[in-house]
Structure formats: structure tokens, C-alpha cells
Design a protein around this ligand. Structure first.
Ligand code: MRU
Length: 350
């Protein structure tokens, strides 16, 4: 079933805070409720947030029509709440802006719902296309590492980084996917491992700090991750911990590939330094499974994302293009597909 969808005037989402223990589907009829679910990460992952932004605006339009409200005023309030729910993934405000543009072009509530559904459908086809492109780029890699969850749960149906991994596995069975657990909220061990398990793809969950040792020890042939925002210069914001994997991959000379739809590229943000990094409550860091483990009196610091400089990115794969990064990935673990892609001539980001 889809991670996020529209059903008879309501947004339906899989509550990802409850996975993998139980599959709970939430039916959301109010924008404030959706904003709360975005903040709690019941719905999460950049592409899914883009669709949530668009469907949230559709929700606002429907409620406004039912209650005889002033559509433009109601949409403006909803846009502010939705866009401000989480700051780093540009897709969220992108989804909201797509609907604002539709309204500016004269769309009424029904057309706004249709516009949001088109964004939902485009997410599926874009991720299918970029997954295929990424798998071609990394053809031959059999042991890969990923961080956080960039699977179907982070999108509508088809994942980005995990979509690439699934296509690689279809082409030739993978030996191993190393899944970083992704402290503090464990999107890797809870969600990515769940998705891989359902598809029968061999995987092992590792603590985040095990990744560099595996990469430098030759056990990993490629690192594939998603993105929350890609600046105009190619710097990539993704789940905290990602930059450490990029440093290790570069040192080892293996590809570090970012798979993301075009909607994650933010031309208005010049470099990664300008990306707003969400700071979450430090209790998430100080506790394990809801129980405080840090020493009494200690406080924490909980940035939810970090920025990988473009210089450490081998390639960014979108549904339309493969953008060459500045890191060539020339080491022993280099996937054969990389050379072919480079010969085919990769595009520059600008
Ligand atoms: O805090 P989250 O779980 O929303 O963070 C998600 C990530 O960092 C993903 O890697 C990113 O959004 C890409 S999802 C295809």
C-alpha cells in the first residue's frame, strides 16, 4: 500500500512511528493534524513530505469549501503551517508552492485536489526512473551501504536510494546491503530493514559508527543515499551521519551516489551552508527506546541532518539526469557502471 495517499477528502498515511511493530494507517482530515504528523515523523522522507505538502493544501481547500471559508486566506494559513513544519527537506515547501501556483492560475478546490494527485503520481514515476538510472550507474556493485530510509516509506510507493538498491538486486542478486541503524530515531533499523526484509534482499543492520570500518575494510563497493535538499552547487543535505559515509567512501575510492528527484534540488539555495538544519529535541539523543540512558544532568545536541560537500559526491541521480560530482570514485571498489556513465558524459549541476 502507498505511504501517503488521498481518500475521499482525507489524507491517508502509514504511521511510521509505529513500524515495524504494527501497521497503523491514519486518516487525516485537518491541516493541523497533518502538521503534527509531519513533526512527529509519522510521515517523513523528503519526497513523501513533498506530497504531504501538496495534499495538505488540497485538504485546506476542501475544508474551506465545506465551511464556506475564504479560499485564498485559508490556503495562505495552511501554506505557512505546512511549510514551517520541518525546515530541511525542500520538497515540503516545494509541494506547497506547486499548489499555490495552481491556485494563482485559477484552480478551485477540485482542481487543487487534482494537482496534488498529479504530484503524488509524478513521485512514483520519477522515483522509478531514477532508480533505474542509478542501478545502471552502479551496475556490478554487489555490496552496498545505505543510511536512514530512502525507500518506498520515504516516498509514495517507489524509493530513491532504496529504489536503486532494489533495481540492482533485480538485475543481479546483491550479496549484502549494510543498513546503518540511523540514530537517534532508527529509520535504518526500523524502516529500511523492514522494507528490505519484505523484499527478501540480504541485509545487515549496523551501528552507524561501524560504517567507516566496513568501507575502509573493502566490504562495501558503493554507498547510496537519498537527500533532503541539494544546493545549487551540489552540496547535499541528508540525514545526520551521511557526511561521515561520504568521507569514508572518498578515502576508500568507492562511489558515493545520491539518488533524489529533481524536486529535491533547490536552485535558490546557493551552497550547503545556507541550508537550514533541523534541530530536534535533545531527549531523542539522551534516551534509548523511550528510556533515558545519558548521565543525569547531561544535555544533548540533536541536529537531524548534515551537509555533504559536493566535492565528496560521485554522482547525483535524478529522474532526468545523472549529475557528475567532483569525486571520481577511482579506488578498487569502483563499480564498472561508473566508467560507462562517465564515458557517456555526465552533466554538470549548473
Ligand atoms: O528525518 P527524516 O526521516 O525525514 O529524514 C529522511 C532522510 O534524511 C532521507 O534520507 C531523505 O529524506 C531522502 S528520502 C528518499
Amino acid at each position: 500500500m502507498r505511504t501517503i495517499d488521498w481518500d475521499g477528502g482525507a489524507v491517508r498515511i502509514i504511521d511510521q512511528t509505529r513500524l515495524p511493530e504494527e501497521m497503523v494507517v491514519l486518516e487525516v482530515r485537518e491541516v493541523d493534524e497533518l502538521v503534527a504528523h509531519i513533526r512527529s515523523l509519522a510521515v517523513r522522507g523528503a519526497p513523501a513530505l513533498g506530497v504531504a505538502g501538496a495534499l495538505g493544501m488540497a485538504l485546506a481547500a476542501c475544508r474551506s469549501a465545506e465551511q464556506g471559508g475564504e479560499l485564498d486566506a485559508d490556503l495562505a494559513v495552511a501554506a505557512g503551517k505546512l511549510s514551517g513544519a520541518r525546515p530541511t527537506a525542500v520538497n515540503l515547501s516545494w509541494g506547497v508552492e506547486q499548489l499555490r501556483a495552481a491556485r494563482a492560475a485559477g484552480a478551485g478546490p477540485d482542481e487543487l485536489v487534482a494537482a496534488a494527485l498529479a504530484i503524488r503520481d509524478a513521485d512514483i514515476s520519477a522515483n522509478r526512473a531514477l532508480s533505474e538510472r542509478g542501478a545502471q550507474l552502479l551496475a556490478g556493485a554487489r555490496r552496498v551501504l545505505t543510511h536512514c530510509n530512502a525507500g518506498g516509506l520515504a516516498c509514495v510507493e517507489v524509493g530513491t536510494a532504496l529504489g536503486v538498491i532494489e533495481r540492482l538486486h533485480e538485475a543481479q542478486p546483491l550479496e549484502m546491503v549494510y543498513v546503518c541503524e540511523t540514530r537517534p530515531l532508527l529509520q535504518g533499523s526500523r524502516l529500511t530493514a523492514w522494507e528490505l526484509g519484505r523484499r527478501g534482499i540480504p541485509h545487515r543492520v549496523i551501528v552507524d559508527s561501524a560504517a567507516a570500518g566496513l568501507v575502509l575494510g573493502g566490504q562495501v563497493e558503493a554507498v547510496v543515499v537519498g537527500a533532503d535538499r541539494i544546493a545549487a552547487n551540489g552540496d547535499v543535505a541528508n540525514k545526520v551521519g551521511t557526511v561521515a559515509h561520504a568521507v569514508a567512501a572518498n578515502y576508500a575510492g568507492i562511489p558515493f551516489v545520491v539518488a533524489a528527484p529533481e524536486s529535491t534540488i533547490d536552485p535558490a539555495t546557493e551552497t550547503g551552508a545556507a541550508i537550514s538544519i533541523e534541530l530536534r529535541d535533545d531527549t531523542e539523543v539522551l534516551a534509548l527506546a523511550g528510556r533515558r540512558v545519558a548521565a543525569p544532568g547531561s544535555t544533548g545536541l540533536n541536529p537531524a541532518f548534515d551537509v555533504t560537500p559536493a566535492a565528496l559526491v560521485t554522482a547525483i541521480v535524478t529522474e532526468r539526469r545523472t549529475i557528475s560530482g567532483r569525486a571520481a570514485g577511482t579506488g578498487p571498489g569502483r563499480a564498472p557502471g561508473m566508467a560507462a556513465a562517465e564515458e557517456a558524459g555526465l552533466n554538470a549541476l549548473d
